[in-house]
Ligand binder design. Structure first.
Ligand SMILES: C[S@@+](CC[C@H](N)C(=O)[O-])C[C@H]1O[C@@H](n2cnc3c(N)ncnc32)[C@H](O)[C@@H]1O
Length: 163
């Protein structure tokens, strides 16, 4: 095999980061992940959003939910819509799961992994809204290719939005 036979390295919109979890977050992750979590890398076909929630409702996708405080507040104030938060940062996922339990939210699910892979697996027109808050800490020109907000990604997101 030569170097040119190797697959091109995938350009990611995030940096894997380490972070400590509190005991509370670790406990929430262990207990709540089976009921509320989706591992994107484990998807082996199309993603049916309604199956994640067990019922149909307008679906909001949040890409990069961080520590989840905004997600939980919005979902608590908007119980008739489903919120699917996507993050790669495990302590953030754990924190959101803790908030989901503390606020008694049945309209939130949390996906772990690359949101763009998840969106590609979703059917066209299935989203009511896409939320992306404070994305892209990529100010250098040579890092612009890592941005979520760039034309190809926006076209992908648009294709999954309901008309
Ligand atoms: C600058 S932070 C903003 C976090 C949050 N929205 C806020 O306002 O506090 C961007 C977040 O997006 C996540 N992220 C970036 N690209 C992602 C992707 N393709 N899939 C999932 N999460 C992603 C990062 O892990 C990071 O936590």
């Amino acid at each position: 095999m030569t170097l040119t036979d190797l697959p091109a390295a995938r350009i990611r919109t995030f940096h894997p980061r380490r972070g400590r979890m509190s005991d509370r977050q670790r406990d929430a992750l262990e207990r709540l992940w089976p009921a509320y979590g989706l591992r994107i890398a484990a998807l082996d076909g199309p993603c049916d959003p309604a199956a994640l929630f067990g019922r149909r409702a307008p679906l909001v996708l949040e890409i990069g939910s961080g520590m989840g405080d905004a997600t939980a507040a919005m979902a608590a104030a908007d119980r008739d819509r489903h919120y699917l938060a996507v993050e790669v940062h495990t302590p953030g996922i754990a924190n959101l799961l803790d908030l989901v339990e503390r606020h008694g939210l049945d309209n939130v699910r949390v996906a772990e992994g690359d949101a763009l892979d998840l969106v590609r697996a979703m059917p066209e027109g299935c989203l009511d809204a896409v939320h992306v808050y404070f994305p892209d800490p990529w100010p250098k020109t040579r890092h612009h290719k890592r941005r979520i907000i760039q034309p190809a990604h926006v076209a992908l997101l648009r294709s999954r939005l309901a008309p």
